[in-house]
Design a protein. Sequence first.
Length: 120
Amino acid sequence: MARILTADDSYAIRRPLEAMLTELGNQVFAFEDGKQALDFARKEAVDLVITDINMPVMDGFVLISSLRRLDAYKALPILMLTTESSDEKKTKAKRLGATGWLTKPFSVERIKQALEKTVG
């Protein structure tokens, strides 16, 4: 069982992702923006972060950059889950510390593959 932190402002994405990850046997901490996720991360350690890019208050790019400054999150897998697909945004995410990229819409199979690659 992995502890997974997710951030996505869309309830229509956040809730199904949380349910899917939980059904796969994980403990999920789901937040609607990057600031809430970062506040949680400052207090708790997880095994994986999955974040959207476009969110109010704090976007996914700022979240990744902020997480990488925390000792517990320096080498932790961070996946972007977004509708964005431009090479420019992928390059920026990677430069900031993202370890993978998933596009919406997502499937159970694709999420399972991502979990296998990142947390075993």
